[in-house]
Structures are given as structure tokens and as C-alpha cells.
Design a protein around this ligand. Sequence first.
Ligand code: SF4
Length: 220
Amino acid sequence: MNDESVKHGRLRVNEIFHSLQGEADAVGFPTVFVRLTGCPLRCQYCDTEYAFHAGEWRELAAILDEVRPFGARHVCVTGGEPLAQPNTLKLLTRLCDEGFEVSLETSGALDISAVDTRVSRVVDVKTPGSEEEPRNRIENFQFLTPRDQLKFVICSREDYDWSKEYMRAHRLEGRCQILFSPSYTQVPPTSLADWILADRLHVRFQLQLHKILWGDVPGK
Ligand code: SF4
């Protein structure tokens, strides 16, 4: 990102598309996704590697012009890692100002404190199985509210046990919703569901709805 792009309120956009929200609190709602380019992490299960580099620079106004015609009430700003681009904060506020229900999907590695408080923040907790666990930004937890969600993508039984202990050690329960998802193709969904029930764990199990409907394809 160069200084000119920041000054002129531009963002590098990988894709803008209309689909059903596949995860988190707004699951199932028709949603416009604004996928921004770039991510400083390299999770082993990443399904959006195509967003690491490819994308076009767009003015904020042009992004809004592209979002409105879909007529959706929900907009999800995702990536890559959206917060890697400073102008994402401005985009989130502009979307809220226009009356959209706005969510942000973020890796948990970058500071979320400056995100507009009207935004529902979906913050990853990177497990050891992601191979990016040291990137978790623990300082973010103090900013979480009940409208936010922490998402653990579980890659194995060891990851599940680690996640349980991590929740306890950082007193995450009650701070916001806690989501547990099986890593696509790595953990059978029924195994994760059984573990949660056996442990009487107060978390919300979720599957990625868009992958059930359309498979692992971009733009859905
Ligand atoms: S944080 Fe998200 S976009 Fe970045 S590498 Fe991990 S899964 Fe992929």
C-alpha cells in the first residue's frame, strides 16, 4: 500500500459478490461480500489464497456504488485480512452510515480497537493446527462485545483440547459468542459436534453453509 492510496481513500479489492452468509451470526442471510486483497498470515487451511495478491484499486465511493445494487441488507468485509489496509476502517464506517448490517472477518492478528462499534467483528483465534498460532493478538480480547464473535477453526482433537484450554485461560466465555468450526476436510463435523456435547461446552458449533451448498469455489 502506498501513501497516495491511503490519502485518496482507495482500497485494493479482490472481488465483490452476492451470496448467502456462510458463517457466524448472520449465517443464511443474503449478503454482499467485499473481499479485500492481501494477508500477512499463511494459515495451512487457507481457502482464499487467491486473495493474497490479485485485486484492483477502487475508490471507496466506487465500492459503495457496486454494493448497493444487490439490494442486500448485510455486507461482509472479508479477505485476506481486511485490516491490513488502513482505509478498511473508513469503508466500514461508510457502510454503517448507509444503514447496512456490517460484519468484518479478521484474522485476530491485527488491532481491532479502531473498528466502528456498529460493526459485528468476527475475529479468528488461530489454533496450533493453523500454523499461525503465535499471531493471536491477545490485546484484542478486551475490546470484544456481545455483538462480536471469536471463531476457532479446529483441525484435530489436539486443536479442540487446546481451544478449550485457551477459552478457559483467557476467560473468553461470556465476552462474546464463541464459534467452533471443523477445518474443512480435516475434522469430521460429527466428531466435533460429539466432543462439544460430551464436554457440555458453551460454544456454538457451525459449518460453512456456502461450502455445503456450492463446494469450495471462489465467489460463493
Ligand atoms: S488469516 Fe484468513 S486469509 Fe489469511 S492466511 Fe489465514 S485463513 Fe487465509
